[in-house]
Design a protein around this ligand. Structure first.
Ligand code: AMP
Ligand code: GLY
Length: 419
C-alpha cells in the first residue's frame, strides 16, 4: 500500500512515524517533507497547497491513500479534489474544514447550537469595528476571520491596542483577505487544554488531552509562537471535565456539522479553556495540532492507518482506539530569534545520540538532510519527545535528550510540561 502525506513539519513527522509502524507496512511518500521525514519516507518537492501537482503525483505513482495534514490545503479543498478524481484522501472536505477556515462560521455555529464559547461580535466594516472597540471593556480579543498562520489573534489590553489591531487586520490587510471580517470577542481567563478527536461524522473518539506552551520564553514570557512545547496528558483534564466536554462540546459539534450538511470526517481539534463557569471553546482546528500531535500519537496503541481508513469509510465505531497509560513531553528546539527573524543552514549535531536514549524520539520540523548531515531550515527546528511513566519522568527524559543536541543559536524553554 502506498501512502502520501501532505505537509512537512513536526506534526507530519509524527504522523509518518506512527504510520510506519503499521502492520500493513505501507510505502510512504511525503510532500514536501523535511530532513527527518526523509529517513522514513520518500520526500517529493511539491508545495502542500499545490493541489494540481499533488493530484498528478498521486495518479502517476498509484498512491492508495493521501493524508492531508495542514490547514490551508484542507480549506482550499484538496480532499474534495482528490475525491472528484477518484482518489482516496483523509481529512475533512472544504465545506467542513471551514470550521477552522472561518472564525465567523465557527462562532455562528457555536451560537446556533448553544456550544459554550466567548461572547462576540462580527464586523465587515472598518468604522463600525473601530467604534465598537472605543466603547468595549478590556482586555478584549480581536481576530481576523480567516487563516493567518496563527498570527491573526490579538489580545488588546486597551483601546489603542485594539484600534491598532483592527487597523492592521482590516485596513493594512496584514493577513490579506483573511482580514475582510473581524471577530471581536470577550477575553476569557483560565488554563487552555487541547483535545484532538477522531471523527467520521457518526462517532467521536477524543484522543488523550494535551497542553501547548505558546510563548517563546520561560514562565510564559515573550512573543506567541506556533507552539514551543507540549505535554500529554493535561493535569487539568479530569474524567469529570471530559464528560462535560463530551456532552456540551464534542458531540454537539459533530451533530451541528451534520445538521448543517457539513459532515466532518478527519481530526477535529478542540482548543478549550477552563473558565470559572465551565469549559468553553477558544477555537476549532480541522486537523492534527502541531506540536500536540508529537505528544499524542506516541501514546496511541491502535494502528493509525486502520483508524484513518475507518474514518474515510465512516466505520470508526468498529475500531477500538486504545491509549497507553503513560505521559509524553515534546520540547521544541528553535532557531535563535524565532518567532521573529532567524538564520537557517546551521549544522545540527547529536540527534543520533539523543535518539539512542530510551524512550526518546526526535521529530524534525525545520531541517534538511545533506550528505547524511542535518541542517536547520526553519524557526521551529526539532521536537525532542520523550515518553515516560508520568509527566515528571517524561520531562526528565526529554531534557536529557535535549542536552545531547546542539546547533548555533539554539533556543528552547526549560519549563515545558510544568503548568
Ligand atoms: P486562536 O487562534 O483562536 O486559537 O487564538 C490563539 C490564542 O489566543 C489562544 O490559544 C488563546 O491563548 C488566545 N485567545 C484566543 N481567544 C481568546 C479569548 N476569547 N480569551 C482569551 N484568550 C484567547
Ligand atoms: N498548536 C496549535 C495548532 O496546531 O494550531
Amino acid at each position: 500500500m502506498k501512502i502520501l502525506v501532505v505537509g512537512g513539519g513536526g506534526r507530519e513527522h509524527a504522523i509518518i512515524a506512527s504510520l510506519a509502524k503499521s502492520p500493513k507496512k505501507p510505502e510512504i511518500f511525503c510532500a514536501p517533507g523535511n530532513g527527518g521525514i526523509s529517513q522514513l519516507a520518500t520526500c517529493v518537492d511539491i508545495k502542500a497547497t499545490d493541489i494540481d501537482a499533488m493530484v498528478r503525483f498521486a495518479k502517476e505513482n498509484q498512491i492508495d491513500l493521501t493524508v492531508v495534514a495542514p490547514d490551508d490545503p484542507l480549506v482550499l479543498g484538496m480532499v474534495d479534489r482528490f475525491e472528484a478524481e477518484g482518489l482516496r484522501a483523509f481529512g475533512p472536505r472544504a465545506n467542513a474544514a471551514i470550521i477552522e477556515g472561518s472564525k465567523v462560521f465557527s462562532k455562528e455555529l457555536m451560537k446556533k447550537y448553544h456550544i459554550p464559547t466567548a461572547k462576540y461580535e462580527v464586523f465587515s466594516d472598518y468604522d463600525s469595528a473601530l467604534s465598537y472597540v472605543r466603547n468595549t471593556s478590556y482586555p478584549t480579543v480581536v481576530k481576523a476571520e480567516g487563516l493567518a498562520l496563527g498570527k491573526g489573534v490579538i489580545i488588546a489590553n486597551n483601546r489603542e491596542e485594539a484600534e491598532a489591531a483592527v487597523r492592521e487586520i482590516m485596513q493594512d490587510k496584514a493577513f490579506g483577505d483573511a482580514g475582510n471580517r473581524v471577530v471581536i470577542e470577550e477575553f476569557l481567563t483560565g488554563q487552555e487544554v487541547s483535545v484532538l478527536a477522531f471523527t467520521d461524522g457518526k462517532t467521536m473518539v477524543p484522543m488523550v488531552s494535551a497542553q501547548d506552551h505558546k510563548r517563546a520564553y520561560d514562565g510564559d514570557q515573550g512573543l506567541n509562537t506556533g507552539g514551543i512545547g507540549t505535554f500529554s496528558p493535561s493535569r487539568l483534564y479530569t474524567a469529570e471535565i471530559h464528560a462535560e466536554c463530551m456532552e456540551k462540546i464534542f458531540l454537539p459539534t459533530m451533530h451541528a456539522m451534520n445538521q448543517e450538511g457539513r459532515t466532518f470526517q478527519g481530526v477535529l481539534y478542540f482548543g478549550l479553556i477552563m473558565t470559572a463557569d465551565g469549559v468553553k471553546v477558544i477555537e476549532y482546528n480541522a486537523r492534527f495540532g502541531d506540536p500536540e500531535t508529537q505528544v499524542v500519537l506516541p501514546r496511541l496503541k491502535t494502528d493509525l492507518l486502520t483508524i484513518f481508513e475507518a474514518i474515510i469509510d465512516q466505520k470508526l465505531s468498529e475500531v477500538s482506539v486504545e491509549w497507553a497509560d503513560n505521559a509524553a513531553v515534546c520540547v521544541v528546539l528553535a532557531s535563535g530569534g524565532y518567532p521573529k527573524s532567524y538564520q537557517k543552514g546551521y549544522e545540527i549535531t547529536g540527534i543520533d545520540i539523543a535518539e539512542s536514549l530510551d524512550d526518546i524520539v526526535v521529530y524534525h520540523a525545520g531541517t534538511i538532510c545533506k550528505d547524511g548531515k542535518f541542517f536547520t531550515n526553519g524557526g521551529r527546528v526539532l521536537g525532542v519527545t520523550a515518553v515516560g511513566t508520568d509527566l515528571d519522568d517524561a520531562i526528565r527524559k526529554a531534557y536529557d535528550g535535549v542536552s545531547k543536541i546542539s546547533f548555533q543559536d539554539m533556543h528552547y524553554r526549560k519549563d515545558i510540561g510544568i503548568k
